[in-house]
Design a protein around this ligand. Structure first.
Ligand code: ADP
Length: 321
């Protein structure tokens, strides 16, 4: 039984996670993580991004003591994962990439039994499970076997199970992979609320829009190294241009021309505009007024992080070539 007790005082300035010089060499001599440093502050919503094979899951598995690291130290809320392994595990809730529950078990049992690993009494575990399942829109399904749940429901079940012991740090490895956009958005809302209530969250995702919407700070991994670690705001401010999507009242048969900004048609009624940050929006609107192009609505295009991501990976490729 794991108990969440310690003599060590944790204050707000102690990082939720501090990784120093972490290295992982697998048995086949493959170096998956090459001596990385990473720090995540309490209360952060942190994105860990990288292409497939970058070393994200390996890093997460070492944090959770599921994989033995080769070198380095990991502290969770100031506690060392080598010397205080059982304690640090109580601080962490993990939502792994792969579904790893018993598909023949009713979902309420999956969650309540998980509570048992942390010494939570059955009655209390039921109470918490009810709350979690209601928040995650799974309460009506509680008596069904996990086997009968949709992909999106299984993902939410994994989140509910990871939260049964009220972890201070929730780590999600691709939580919305293969989940449709509506469910993804309800999951975002849930995670944002959880974070606002004080849970530190680390997220790996392929959906850069997800990271941009949710996360305050970001690290990008490539080939076992951290190639960028900064705030989301800082990273996005490096973009020289803004991208806008404009819904037009009347269809256009061809792309209008301006010497001041670049345009492309997504379809006849949707125009994309790339505008240098130094240029004013008024200038852009003047152009549309003069050309009798009426705009119904306008929004920021939200895959801007993607551009930076690709740029950074390309740079690292050159640097390691
Ligand atoms: P990511 O989560 O960023 O996709 P992973 O941490 O899963 O990356 O993998 C990093 C690298 O380590 C990959 O090249 C992967 O093939 C390799 N790897 C992962 N697990 C093992 C293992 N058990 N044995 C050998 N190599 C592994």
């Amino acid at each position: 039984m794991l108990k969440n007790i310690s003599n060590k005082k944790i204050n707000n300035t102690t990082p939720a996670l501090k990784i120093s010089n972490l290295k992982k060499v697998y048995d086949n001599d493959f170096v998956a993580v090459k001596g990385i440093d990473l720090s995540v502050q309490q209360g952060d919503f942190f994105a860990l991004l990288g292409a497939n094979g970058a070393g994200k899951s390996t890093t997460i598995e070492t944090i959770c003591s599921l994989v033995n690291k080769t070198a380095g130290t990991i502290e969770v809320f100031g506690h060392n994962t080598d010397t205080e392994r059982a304690l640090t595990k109580t601080f962490i809730g993990l939502v792994p990439q792969e579904f790893n529950f018993n598909i023949f078990e009713p979902i309420i049992e999956i969650i309540v039994n998980q509570g048992g690993y942390y010494g939570i009494k059955r009655k209390e575990a039921f109470r918490r499970a009810e709350e979690l399942l209601k928040h995650l829109d799974l309460w009506d399904k509680r008596k069904e076997k996990a086997l009968d749940l949709s992909g999106g429901m299984k993902r939410r079940l994994m989140i509910a199970r990871a939260l049964i012991h009220k972890p201070k740090l929730l780590i999600l490895d691709e939580p919305t992979a293969g989940v449709d956009i509506e469910i993804r958005r309800t999951m975002w809302k849930f995670l944002s609320k959880l974070n606002a209530a004080g849970t530190t969250i680390i997220l790996t995702t392929h959906y850069l829009e997800e990271a941009e919407n949710l996360c305050h700070n970001i690290a990008i991994m490539d080939k076992g190294k951290v190639i960028e670690n900064t705030s989301m705001k800082q990273l996005l401010s490096r973009l020289q241009t803004e991208m806008f999507v404009l819904d037009l009242e009347n269809p256009l048969s061809e792309v209008p021309h301006s010497d001041d900004f670049i345009m492309s048609l997504r379809d006849a009624n949707t125009l994309e505009v790339e505008l240098d940050k130094s240029r004013s929006l008024n200038m852009m609107f003047d152009f549309f007024n003069q050309n009798n192009i009426r705009i119904l609505s306008m929004r920021n295009k939200s895959n801007r992080l993607e551009e930076l991501f690709i740029e950074l990976i390309e740079k690292n490729k050159e640097a390691t070539a």
